[in-house]
Design a protein around this ligand. Structure first.
Ligand SMILES: N[C@@H](CCC(=O)N[C@@H](CS)C(=O)NCC(=O)O)C(=O)O
Length: 368
């Protein structure tokens, strides 16, 4: 009898917990007098959040690529530039109010995950594919995908390859890529399944891969399609010497930022910075017109998202300042602005990376 009462109490406690009301949640209850809103400061169970650490430090540590023009590289003055590096700046704008407060660390594919788990960086933004094992075994939390990609192959036209070439055409080829990537696993799986005989050679970073390709030690190189377009635009000796195939990529490569698992406050800050950039584009809010859009009208989704005066904003309940996402759009821009600035110029099209309203995959939950 006593056992049954204890069991009932446990079940009741579990149901109550599952139904919400846990500390730190913002709840709205309706009373006879109308809706009452209670907003508690966000609480982090299991220790301090990186959000507090980054704010106290005043600088965001971000791991990026330095060999991938368009996504992550250094300009002639040594500044990090690119789509992925601007995502770091966007998070710094949201969390610190200043997009320049980023300390960049250039990482190879093989180094990147250890940098997250050791705490050497707060956030990884380096053309990283979201996979089940990285999410699970490696203990990462992925932000929304910022670039839907797929793996392709690049080879020399002088060797008889063209844009209509297929994976079967790689029979007997030496195919090269960089180590510690989804790429090396995908190509082996795809060619083994087709019964194509080939040699896979991996190198520590993609500069070495390309050098071997240029020297003729590799017949073909393979990586994310965007990576091939990027390196083709900077490294191809004469336009038309190299060709990218097959037309339909051989894998799904959803690329996006990642943080260490188990810190919901921090991963929410990164996640909503990206969603804010999607929502801004969806509503035509750009770095140029954000001040007007914030003031007129100050209500509705954009008012809430930008923390307009009197808006029922949701940022402070996440541990951010009310104007966090206004700072992101003002200082860095919306998603489309970033894409145009860094990727359209490379010749990449929006394709799957269009907003859902334009038939693409970019879709943010409502700011409400
Ligand atoms: N998206 C894949 C591949 C990432 C990757 O490392 N790609 C290459 C080629 S685009 C790269 O970034 N190379 C630069 C380097 O190794 O420094 C993954 O997450 O494993």
């Amino acid at each position: 009898m006593t056992k049954r009462i204890v069991l009932l109490l446990v079940v009741f406690a579990l149901v109550a917990a599952a139904c919400g009301g846990a500390s730190g949640e913002s709840t709205t209850s309706t009373t006879a007098a109308g809706p009452t809103k209670t907003t508690a400061a966000p609480a982090q169970t299991g220790g301090e959040s990186l959000l507090d650490t980054v704010v106290a430090r005043g600088v965001l540590k971000c791991g990026v690529n330095e060999t991938l023009p368009g996504f992550g590289s250094k300009d002639s003055s040594g500044n990090f530039v690119g789509f992925d590096t601007d995502l770091c700046r966007a998070v710094a704008a949201a969390v610190l109010g200043d997009a320049t407060k980023v300390e960049f660390t250039a990482l190879t594919a093989a180094q990147r995950f250890e940098a997250v788990s050791s705490g050497a960086i707060d956030m990884l933004s380096r053309n990283t594919t979201w996979t089940q094992s990285r999410d699970g075994e490696l203990g990462l939390t992925f932000a929304p995908t910022t670039y839907y990609d797929g793996q392709q192959v690049m080879a020399r036209t002088a060797d008889g390859f063209d844009s209509g070439s297929t994976l079967e055409d790689l029979e007997g080829a030496i195919v090269c890529t960089n180590a510690g990537t989804t790429t090396e696993k995908n190509i082996k799986e795809a060619l083994d399944a087709l019964g194509v005989n080939f040699t896979l050679t991996t190198f520590e970073d993609f500069n070495i891969v390309l050098q071997n390709f240029k020297d003729g030690a590799c017949d073909a190189v393979t990586t994310d399609g965007s990576g091939l377009v990027s390196r083709k635009s900077t490294d191809e000796p004469n336009p038309g010497d190299w060709v990218i195939f097959p037309k339909v990529p051989l894998s799904k490569e959803p690329l996006g930022p990642a943080t260490k698992q188990g810190d919901a406050l921090w991963s929410d800050a990164v996640r909503w910075t990206i969603y804010a950039m999607f929502i801004a584009e969806e509503n035509g809010v750009t770095s140029a017109n954000v001040d007007d859009m914030r003031a007129n009208p100050p209500t509705g989704e954009i008012g809430r998202l930008l923390g307009s005066d009197g808006a029922d904003e949701k940022q402070t309940a996440m541990g951010l300042s009310a104007d966090a996402f206004y700072q992101v759009i003002k200082q860095v821009g919306n998603y489309g602005e970033l894409f145009d600035k860094h990727l359209t110029v490379l010749g990449l099209e929006r394709g799957l990376n269009a907003l859902w309203t334009n038939g693409g995959l970019l879709y943010a939950p409502p700011a409400r």
